[in-house]
Design a protein around this ligand. Structure first.
Ligand code: ZN
Length: 376
């Protein structure tokens, strides 16, 4: 009883203070309003106009915020995080002690979102929904998913940093200096700040996860190609129209053994070749006789690629192979010889051949010379 009484008493002066303030404000307002009506009509009108403008501004701002919130919630209907946790929370999953969990969860200044990949998701669509780069997502999950898969594995839960950057798992013996040596982008002070690392040694807790804002680290080594020399697929007739000639080089369709392949993109100032898709892939052939200049992994987004020198300054390039290569550098090939199997490695969103052509080192449009199937 006495407790309740004292509580009530404690609140009484508070209410009185609020009332007093309200009264004082009210009388101040009334006095000012009356004064202005009487003495300063024009200034009252001015105030009214100012008030209106400010009100409209506030309404527009609120409207903008609310429509953005609506847009966000719409977006959430398609791709939304399973959970959002404070950074370093991985300790929970790895069974850290209560003390280490508390230590970890209270020392992070960022959040990790988790998302289970669904059918049809791409790295680009997930990255877009969470406002980070696809590379951020790929690298942040490099320990658990294959960096070189074209699409994220359906059903797998991935982690996404709150900001653009990479999440790095901290192992026993890791130090900030080691991390600085490992990363190829990212700033030391940013790392200290967002991970709340403590002076003087900025120690890292084994089992925790740190965020390197705007960070990058070298991707894992690419899978080794399975090179097959013995059993290329059976040859098929190769059409060679007489007009398929450029600088004396006779061209054939590089997908002459790929019935029903499609055409998804042509040559332009931002796309240095043509994209010829085929679900499940098929063997790719040399589009003209020449010498294989390169056959292997190319890290600029080409994936597994072959480059053939046809002489007279003419070269053709074939990107995104699946890793089965039937030629090696230095090898002579004939027009229509199988060189590698179509895939979707490198920067790729669906199995296709990206076919490019160079003349004296400059990308040129292969459409007038190379008889691949196209919609015109
Ligand atoms: Zn392409």
């Amino acid at each position: 009883m006495s407790n309740i009484g004292s509580k009530f008493k404690l609140e009484e002066p508070k209410q009185t203070r609020v009332k007093k303030f309200a009264n004082a404000f009210g009388s101040f307002y009334r006095q000012n309003f009356a004064y202005r009506i009487y003495w300063g009509r024009s200034s009252l009108y001015r105030s009214f106009i100012h008030f209106s403008i400010i009100s409209i501004t506030v309404l527009i701002t609120l409207g903008g915020i609310s429509s953005r919130l609506t847009a966000n919630s719409n977006r959430s209907n398609t791709i939304v995080a399973d959970s959002i946790t404070s950074g370093n929370i991985d300790l929970l999953e790895q069974g850290g002690s209560v003390q280490s969990i508390l230590l970890a969860t209270t020392t992070s200044n960022f959040e990790i979102e988790r998302y289970t990949v669904r059918e049809g998701d791409t790295y680009a669509s997930i990255a877009d929904a969470f406002g980070v780069t696809p590379e951020s997502i790929k690298l942040s999950n490099a320990n658990t998913i294959s960096y070189y898969d074209a699409t994220p594995p359906v059903g797998k839960q991935i982690r996404i940093p709150e900001l653009n950057g990479v999440l790095i798992d901290i192992n026993e013996g890791d130090t900030l200096d080691k991390i600085m040596n490992y990363i190829t982008a990212g700033n030391r002070l940013d790392i200290i700040e967002i991970n709340n690392l403590k002076e003087p040694e900025y120690a890292l807790t084994p089992g925790s996860v740190i965020l390197v804002p705007d960070g990058l680290f070298p991707p894992p080594p690419p899978p080794t190609p399975s090179i097959i020399y013995s059993a290329p697929p059976p040859p098929a007739p190769i059409p060679a129209p007489s007009e398929a000639v450029f600088q004396g080089v006779q061209f054939v369709d590089p997908l002459s053994n790929c019935p029903g392949y499609g055409y998804s993109r042509g040559f332009s100032s931002w796309h240095n070749g043509v994209d010829l898709p085929k679900s499940g892939g098929c063997p790719i052939r040399a589009s003209a006789a020449g010498t294989v200049e390169f056959a292997g992994w190319s890290s600029g987004g080409e994936g597994f690629m072959v480059r053939i020198d046809h002489g007279n300054g003419v070269k053709t390039l074939y990107f995104h192979g699946d890793g089965q290569m039937w030629v090696t550098p230095g090898q002579q090939v004939y027009a229509g010889q199988d060189i590698m199997y179509m895939g979707c490695t490198g920067f790729c969103t669906g199995t296709h051949l990206h076919f490019s052509m160079k003349y004296n080192g400059v990308w040129i449009n292969p459409a007038p010379y190379v008889p691949y199937a196209r919609p015109y």
